[in-house]
Design a protein around this ligand. Structure first.
Ligand code: DX5
Ligand code: ZN
Length: 223
């Protein structure tokens, strides 16, 4: 299964279900899909790496069965090793991990790719792109965090546009951005080279179909 490797030069929107109504997850995804979403961003948090707790592979497996869009798992957990196989078996398409807390990054990335998923790293705002230089052969995409991981609804960190530019120049891999993405900030990130725009609160603060469409239109105008 490939999503990032088949992106080409497309730019797409992805709802982060962190801000959705968890009692109606499949419907919340469907409504964002109606607004043009091409990927679902699934945030797993462990109350250790980040001070928040969300959902894991069991919920991912249910969601995979219930929706048509591919699912991208973002693991904000201290010890992702034990969760890679369960997420692969859940049927997600891609998995990103936080290099700040992964002790053996090579092994984890290889595990993801060997399981047939695409592998990504999610860089905290102050983690330099250079930190992943030697992981490049085992990466399919880079996720640039434009807020500190842990919560939806935080303010966009503007310097992260320069980081997207740097990651694109250094590695040429597709860049996903996550945090504070809205119709105001999405065009800035697309202009910098981002291709997957994750938005949580901006999509689910209102009607997800309308809000997703608004974000996608904002960056299409910017291209
Ligand atoms: C934050 C998560 C994001 C979150 C973004 O740690 O990784 O995916 O849902 O939320 P917004 O779009 O509200 O900043
Ligand atoms: Zn995320």
């Amino acid at each position: 299964m490939a999503f990032f490797r088949e992106l080409g030069d497309r730019v797409v929107g992805a709802p982060s279900i962190l801000s959705a109504d968890f009692a109606h997850l499949a419907d919340e995804v469907y409504r964002a899909e109606q607004g043009g979403a091409k990927l679902v961003h699934f945030d797993a948090m462990d109350n250790h790496f980040v001070p928040n707790l969300t959902v894991g592979p069991m919920v991912a497996a249910s969601l995979v069965r219930a929706v048509n869009l591919p699912i991208d798992a973002h693991l904000m957990v201290e010890n992702p090793d034990n969760l890679i196989q369960p997420f692969i078996e859940a049927g997600v398409t891609s998995i990103s991990v936080q290099p700040e807390v992964v002790r053996h990054l090579h092994r984890v990335l290889v595990m993801i790719q060997d399981g047939g998923c695409e592998a990504g790293v999610a860089l905290n705002p102050t983690t330099p792109p250079e930190a992943i230089e030697w992981a490049l052969p085992y990466l399919d995409y880079v996720l640039v965090m434009s807020v500190d991981p842990g919560f939806g609804g935080q303010s966009f960190i503007p310097e992260m546009a320069d980081k997207v530019r740097r990651v694109r120049e250094m590695y040429g891999l597709p860049v996903e951005v996550d945090g504070g993405i809205s119709p105001e900030t999405a065009p800035i990130m697309v202009e910098a080279g981002a291709q997957v725009l994750v938005a949580g609160s901006a999509v689910y603060k209102g009607d997800p179909t309308t809000e997703m469409r608004r974000i996608i239109e904002s960056f299409h105008k910017a291209r």
